[in-house]
Each structure stands twice: as structure tokens, then as C-alpha cells.
Design a binder for this molecule. Structure first.
Ligand SMILES: [Zn+2]
Length: 872
């Protein structure tokens, strides 16, 4: 770790984090003696109060992110070696992410060494020593429209650096303050809010300042919820943070939030269910910290609650992931959120201000630090021990090895392996083919390149939480989804074994080297089985090459090609070298080269069964009412992962008349663009010419029902339809407690589970898949009633639940209904998904369905737009 104020030392991993450059503004302020005059009493060398830098008292205004950063920079420069600021890189909007590290001068000077000591506690290479401080990591403002935590971070830090009590804390602890985990979201919230404020704050909940405009500031630039991303690390903010975490693994982590404006303060213990992999000692510490917070709040006369609303099950939160990593991970919540603004009138008439929210967070953080310092040695002992226990538990498993492979698409298993390595898990791979056996004596082949994870490792509990099929639970309440099993989400094969007989190497298998050749003939053929083939179709057609896609199976040179396979004619040398250049990015594709059009089976290469793939110009239409996470995920997928342009268009602007700019329109869950139902004929003409509409969830159902005239309603899931009037009467006569009612309503909810759907492998849209795929179903899955019309590409079969909780009634109702439809019209089609195939950007297993629909189906050619002239 390279920290501000230290000389750079070469490190084997390279300086991933760079020191922050003090801003010119900071220099200007320091040079002018600003703090002497503005700070009032004290001298220029003291740590200035936040007010002295911000120009306002904390809690009276929203501080802008650059002001928060400036205060931390100045405080570090005046801290006399007790605080350092460490840059973590920049957000998508170019704002610098940073941590501040606070401890005694001597401990801060040997911080790298302390980090190594703590890593040795994880690996078991060392036992805790008396002089090792505990690390308490405090995360503020992961949700941008929950503004008080970042304000409290400054208040807390100032108190630590300027009070006698703070000085004692610094002797025992290293305190990591992440003042703002989501600067882009915070700026979106604060700038919208500030523009709505009048001369004085208006506490009336009906006023403008209590209404946050869509999509709100909760998420980051790509509209992703960073408090669902800890275990899945799809966003750069999460990746940067976890890299720093692994170098200085904390024993306590608190994630500071805001919730419903009318609630009192919440701290741990958590609500049930708690994931079974969370170590018992961590659960005991939750109570200890909760009790200390309770005393601190009672002393102030402040109300609070624990053990309700916030569970500890889904592993992607800022409390569950840290807990699975062995820290005492907790969430603290204060009433506030995007509608609380600067002052909010609660129903009982109390005015609840930003300053009230800041005070409570600051006090809860302080109490947490006091508790951690008081129990420092016990925390470190437990931290060491829980990792040993995890190793032992793993050794006790019958089949402690998990073997993962994805022979058709090696990219998927590699992506999963990188994710596991990035959270400090140990992995190896088979460097040659071999066999393995399970505890029942059955033997299985182990393919070359398979990943092998041994659950008997220090972080084995995290591994089990992320990778095991089921996370069993007895308590039916979920704040989030109930299933996420990564082998299912990534669409890779998994097998538990007790031993393997293969040569093992640590880390990830090397990438296959780019196979040259394959382009010397008149035609290059790429099998649909290869994961990246639709992406090659997109890139090659955009580069001006002719690309055709097989709609039927064929055989050539003894090799079978399924629907979705590509034929790229390259009669000229220039075309062949262009294709060879594109193929360098896809070493797994390995095309077959031929000079003959004659097939041994199925259509010849000149047949109309090979449809043209045209350059795709895609529009993602979204706006108020759309699911922002899904819209953002699709945006991120195209722009960041695929490196392809995507036009983001407001829903209201994409009328049927404007469709001519595009040949692919993607509608995330949420609604239809304006005029689509009233000007159906214009929309249909566009589709007939080869346009493709890809719609998801409620948008797909709206198209199905209102444009295509289908019936997509399912009878309601309520028990009433199955209960006779007499039984209803009897039930009404019985006493029913509110708890019973709550339980029954929970039993009917579908928090999100993984089920199997059946695919028709003869369809172009299903190219690259086998006969079944695991999908996540959430909310009210309905399916499409389209049996026997040839439109269903995937359907919920005799539905098999693979993981998580789903009510039996929901499962039964889905049976036989469509999950994915392709409704052809002229040369184009409507492609309708019942459920989100890109859930939180970690559901890699379904990405290929989106790629097939996006790049293999559009047929409408768009003339190139004239380049804009410079004149007026
Ligand atoms: Zn939150």
C-alpha cells in the first residue's frame, strides 16, 4: 500500500493506488493563511474544523463531494502524521475515490507492516500480537441519496484528531474512514436537491425538496446499487475498495445508511435470516456492539431499535460480505433518505433535521470505536480463530473440492475464477486432463483448464456462501433475493468431489493463445457453440465485412454447425487480413476455413438459409418508471463490457416515427415509449423491414398484450381463488394474529429464486446453449401463454426449483408458460423476456441470449448518417 506522505516503494503487485495530488485550491488556501482567519481560534497548524473549510456548520447544508475531499486533504496535512489520505482511483464521472487512514503516528508509519500482520492472521502464518492494532473500517454514503453519513464522516474524523479520548483510540486502532463510497450518486442527489431548495428549508413532506427526481441518487453512474455489489464486484468502486481491503483486512466494518424518514435509529443485531456461513463469533460481537450502542443512545435519550427489518442473508451487502470475510460487519441506519432533505416534519409533528441524522451516526460510530478499542485483543483473537475454524470445517466436508468448467465458453469459468481470486480465495486449475471421485466412489472426468476450489481454506465460509447450490433457511423473510449460487449465475458446470487426480497449478489457467489461420479460404466458418461468436458478428459487420448467420444446421468438412453459426465470406486479401485482425480479440473462436460452398448436410453456403447480419445501431429506451438498475446494467453491458455503442434514448422521445435511426430497440422493465400503442402500424412497418424490439419484464408483457394482442395475465397468486366461500367464512371466524398474517403474506412473496427453464436448441436465439438453463425469477413471474404457436424459445417446464425460496403456487402456475418468446414479423421480430436476464450484471450465464437477439436477428440496414458539417 502506498500512502500519502510516504516515499514510494516498489511493490511486487505494483502501485495500484496512487497518492492523491493536493489540489491547487488547497495550496492556495494554505498559502493565504485561510484557516487562521476562517478557523477562528487555534493556529494554522491545527486540524481545522469542517466548518472552517466548508464555510457552513455540518448538518446545516449539503456538502459537495469536492468540499468533503478538500477537508480530508487539509485535515491529513495538519494531522501530524496521524492521518493519511489514500486514493483509490477515479469514478466513471472522474471524481477521485479515497480512503482516510487514522491511527497513532507510529502505527501509521508502519501501516504496511500492520497490514502484513493482519493478512498473516487470515492465512494462519502468525498469531495475534499485543502490539497489533485492530482495524475498524467505516463506510459512509454507499447510497448517494442518503447524505448524512458522509457529513458524519467529517465530524467523526475531526473528533478523533482533536479530542483526548480520540488520542487514546488511535493507540489501539487503525481507523479506515471511507467518507463517500459513491461520489457520483451523491453529486446526482445533492445537485438535484440544492436546485429545489427555497430560502429556508421547508419541512412539509409534500414540498419539492422532498421529491427526488428519477432515477435518484441511490446508485452510481451506471445506475448500479453498490450495496448489492460487494460479493459480485461488477463496479469499479467496489473493485478498488476490495483491493485495499485485502491489504489491510479489518476486524470491524460498519456501513452507514439512511432509511425511511419516519423511522428511529437502527443498529445490529440483524433480523433473521442470517446466512449460515456467518461465523458464530461474529454474531456474538454483533450483540456486544449493539449493547454498547444502546447504552450510548439511552444516555442521550435517543430512540433506536435492533433485530428487525435488516437481515443478513444476501452476501452482496456491506454487512454480510464483511461478516463472511471474518469482520464484525454491521449496518447502521438513520431515518432520512432521498425525501428527508434538510428538515422533515414527521407525523407526530417533530422536525427531523440533517443535523439530527449526522449527530446520531457520528455518536454510533464513536461508540463503535470505543467498544472496538476496549475489546481489541479479543477481536483479533476471534479474527484469527474463525479462519482456522473455517479450514477445519472445510476439511470435515465429505466432498470438499468444487470442480468448475465451461468447455464451450472458457471465458465464463475464467470470469468466475477472477472474481473469486479478487476476494482473496485460493484456487487452482487442472493443467492436464484427469479424473476425480466423490465420497460415494463415483468417478468423473476432470477437463484440462477446470478450476478447483478447496473449501478447506481460511475464507472457505465466503466460498461456500457464494458457490454452494443452496443457502438453506428456516425463516421466510428476505430483504433481497434468496438465491445467487455463482456456478448457476455464470452458467458453468460444477461437480463436488473428494479427490482429483490431475496436475494442479495455482491461479487461473492461461488464456488460449490466439489461433492464427482459419481465414485463408473464401469462407470462414465460426461455430455457434463458441461463446463470443455473436460479438464477432457485431464487430465484423460494423467493420464492413459481410457476415451471414445460419438459421439451420449444416455440416461441412466433417464438422457440424448449428443455427447461429457464422459464415464470413472473405474473397479478397484485404478482407482476410481485416478478419484475422478482429479474431485476435477472440482466441476461443477458432474458425474453420473453406473454399467450397457445398455442404455435406443441410443448406449450401449460398443458400438463403444464411441470413445477413447487418451493422447494429442499438437504442436503449428508458426513463421515469423504468427499473433503473436494469437500464444501467444494459448500458454497462454494451458500453463497458462489449465495447459497442449504445444510444440511450428517453422513453418519451422514441416514438415509432423516430425508429428509423435504429435497427435494435431495447426496453428494460418498466414501460413502452410514447405512441407505440396508438401508432402501431408505423412500429410494425419498422419491424417488418428488419427491426428488432427486445423487451424485458413488464415492457415485454405490455408489448405482448397491447401491441400483439396476446393474453399474458395469470390468475392472481392469492389463496382466495382456491378457497371456497365456506372456508373463507371459517377462516374469518378464527382468531388470526398479525404475526400469522405477516407470515402468510411472506409465504406468498417471491423474493427471487433460481429455476430451470427448457430451451429449444434448434432456435437461432438459443445458439450456444444446451436444453436447459438456470434463470432467476423474482417478483411476479408470469410467463407467456403461447403454447403451440412456435413462438416459445424457452419455457418454464415441469418447473424445477434449483435454489432459493419460491412459493409452490408460483412454481405451479409457471409450468408450461413461455420464458422467452421470439415473435417474427416480416424480416424483424419482437423478442420478449419474462424476467431480467442481466440481473445486477453478475448473471453472465444469460448474456449470450441477449447477444444472440441483439446481433444475430436485426436485418434492417441503416444508411450511414451524413457527417455533421462545421458551418452554421
Ligand atoms: Zn442505504
Amino acid at each position: 500500500m502506498f500512502l500519502k506522505g510516504q516515499r514510494p516503494r516498489p511493490s511486487p503487485s505494483g502501485p495500484r493506488t496512487k497518492p492523491m495530488n493536493p489540489t491547487n485550491l488547497l495550496f492556495a488556501l494554505l498559502a493565504s493563511g485561510f484557516f487562521l482567519t476562517q478557523g477562528g481560534k487555534g493556529n494554522a497548524q491545527d486540524v481545522p474544523s469542517p466548518q472552517a473549510v466548508l464555510g457552513h456548520e455540518i448538518g446545516t447544508k449539503f456538502s459537495r463531494y469536492r468540499e468533503i475531499r478538500l477537508w480530508f486533504e487539509i485535515a491529513a496535512s495538519r494531522s501530524k502524521g496521524r492521518m493519511k489520505v489514500q486514493s483509490l482511483g477515479r469514478t466513471a464521472q472522474g471524481q477521485e475515490l479515497f480512503l482516510s487512514l487514522i491511527s497513532s503516528e507510529s502505527q501509521l508509519a508502519r501501516l504496511n507492516r500492520i497490514g502484513e500482520e493482519l493478512q498473516a492472521l487470515v492465512s494462519g502464518n502468525n498469531r495475534p500480537k499485543n502490539q497489533t492494532p485492530a482495524v475498524v473500517w467505516l463506510s459512509f454514503g454507499v447510497h448517494g441519496n442518503e447524505p448524512s453519513p458522509s457529513e458524519a464522516a467529517m465530524d467523526l474524523c475531526h473528533r478523533l484528531l482533536t479530542s483526548a479520548e480520540g488520542k487514546k483510540l488511535l493507540e489501539k486502532l487503525v481507523i479506515v474512514i471511507d467518507p463517500c463510497l459513491n461520489p457520483d450518486g451523491r453529486e446526482r442527489y445533492v445537485s438535484a436537491l440544492v436546485s429545489r431548495l427555497g430560502k429556508d428549508p421547508d419541512p412539509d413532506p409534500l414540498s419539492f425538496e422532498h421529491r427526488e427526481p428519477w432515477p435518484g441518487g441511490r446508485t452510481n453512474h451506471f445506475l448500479q446499487d453498490l450495496n448489492r455489489d460487494w460479493a459480485f464486484q461488477t463496479q469499479l468502486e467496489t473493485k478498488a475498495r476490495i483491493r485495499a481491503w485485502l491489504k489491510l483486512p479489518p476486524q470491524v466494518h460498519v456501513d452507514f445508511h439512511e432509511m425511511w424518514a419516519e423511522r428511529e435509529y437502527f443498529f445490529f443485531p440483524a433480523e433473521l435470516p442470517v446466512h449460515r456461513s456467518v461465523p458464530r463469533s461474529v454474531l456474538r460481537w454483533h450483540k456486544v456492539f449493539g449493547e454498547a450502542n444502546a447504552q450510548a443512545f439511552d444516555a442521550k435519550g435517543w430512540r433506536f431499535y435492533s433485530g428487525e427489518d435488516f437481515d443478513l442473508f444476501y452476501p452482496g451487502y456491506g454487512d454480510s460480505w464483511p461478516s463472511l470475510m471474518g469482520a464484525v460487519g454491521m449496518t447502521y441506519e438513520v431515518g432520512g433518505h432521498g425525501n428527508a432533505a434538510l428538515a422533515y416534519r414527521r407525523p407526530d409533528g417533530r422536525i427531523w433535521t440533517l443535523a439530527d441524522r449526522v449527530q446520531r451516526h457520528s455518536e454510533a460510530a464513536w461508540s463503535t470505536l470505543l467498544t472496538a478499542a476496549a475489546h481489541k485483543d479479543a477481536l483479533l483473537r476471534d479474527f484469527y480463530q474463525l479462519h482456522r475454524d473455517a479450514e477445519l470445517e472445510g476439511r470435515g466436508l465429505k466432498d470438499r473440492l468444487l470442480v468448475l468448467s465451461s468447455p464451450k465458453d472458457p471465458g465464463r469459468v475464467r470470469a468466475l475464477g477472477s472474481l473469486l481470486l479478487a476476494q482473496g480465495l485460493k484456487l487452482s486449475y487442472a493443467s492436464a486432463e484427469g479424473r476425480g471421485r466423490d465420497s460415494r466412489g463415483r468417478t468423473y472426468p476432470v477437463l484440462k483448464g477446470s478450476l478447483i476450489l478447496d473449501f478447506a481454506q481460511a475464507r472457505g465460509r465466503l466460498a461456500r456462501a457464494l458457490l454452494e447450490r443452496e443457502s438453506s433457511v428456516s425463516h421466510l423473510y428476505f430483504y433481497d433475493v434468496s438465491a445467487w449460487s455463482l456456478p448457476l449465475a455464470y452458467g458453468v458446470r460444477e461437480r463436488r468431489m473428494s479427490e482429483v487426480d490431475v496436475p494442479l497449478r495455482t491461479g487461473l489457467p492461461p488464456l488460449p493463445s490466439a489461433a492464427p489461420g482459419g481465414v485463408e479460404g473464401l469462407f470462414s466458418l465460426v461455430s455457434a457453440k463458441r461463446g463470443n461468436s455473436p460479438l464477432l458478428a457485431a464487430r465484423a459487420s460494423a467493420a464492413g465485412l459481410e457476415v451471414r448467420v445460419a438459421t439451420k444446421a449444416f455440416r461441412i468438412a466433417g464438422q457440424d454447425f448449428g443455427p447461429g453459426s457464422l459464415v464470413i465470406p472473405t474473397p479478397s486479401k484485404a478482407q482476410r487480413s481485416l478478419l484475422a485482425g478482429l479474431l485476435k480479440a477472440f482466441p476461443d473462436l477458432r474458425p474453420l476455413s473453406t473454399n467450397r460452398s457445398r455442404s455435406e448436410r443441410g443448406p449450401d453456403l449460398g443458400s438463403p438459409s444464411f441470413a445477413p447480419c447487418v451493422p447494429v445501431r442499438a437504442a436503449l429506451a428508458f426513463g421515469e418508471g423504468t427499473d433503473p438498475n436494469l437500464a444501467g446494467a444494459l448500458w454497462f453491458l454494451f458500453e463497458q463490457r462489449l465495447g459497442l455503442p449504445l444510444h440511450r434514448i428517453p422513453l418519451a422521445s422514441l416514438s415509432p416515427q423516430n425508429l428509423s435511426h435504429f435497427n435494435l430497440v431495447i426496453l428494460p422493465d418498466g414501460g413502452l415509449p410514447s405512441g407505440w400503442t396508438s401508432q402501431r402500424s408505423t412500429l410494425e412497418r419498422w419491424v417488418r423491414e428488419g427491426g428488432v424490439v427486445l423487451a424485458i419484464g413488464s415492457s415485454a408483457r405490455a408489448i405482448h398484450r397491447r401491441i400483439l394482442g396476446g393474453k399474458s395475465q395469470v390468475p392472481s397468486t392469492g389463496t382466495s381463488s382456491k378457497t371456497s366461500p365456506k372456508k373463507n367464512e371459517r377462516q374469518a371466524l378464527r382468531w388470526t394474529t398479525p404475526d400469522q398474517l405477516a407470515r402468510e403474506s411472506r409465504e406468498r412473496r417471491n423474493p427471487g429464486a433460481i429455476v430451470e427453464v427448457r430451451l429449444d436448441p434448434r432456435r437461432l436465439l438459443a445458439a450456444g446453449y444446451g436444453k436447459t438453463i438456470p434463470v432467476l425469477v423474482r417478483g411476479r413471474p408470469q410467463g407467456f401463454p403461447e403454447e403451440g404457436k412456435g413462438r416459445i424459445v424457452a419455457f418454464y417446464g415441469k418447473t424445477k426449483r434449483l435454489s432459493g425460496y419460491i412459493p409452490e403456487a408460483s412454481l405451479r402456475k409457471l409450468e408450461g408458460r413461455g420464458y422467452l418468446l421470439q415473435i417474427p414479423l416480416g424480416k424483424g421480430a419482437f423478442v420478449l423476456f419474462d424476467q431480467n436476464p442481466q440481473f445486477r450484471l453478475f448473471w453472465h450465464g444469460l448474456t449470450r441470449l441477449l447477444l444472440n437477439a441483439s446481433f444475430l436477428l436485426p436485418r434492417r440496414r441503416i444508411p450511414p448518417f451524413p457527417t455533421p458539417s462545421n458551418g452554421r
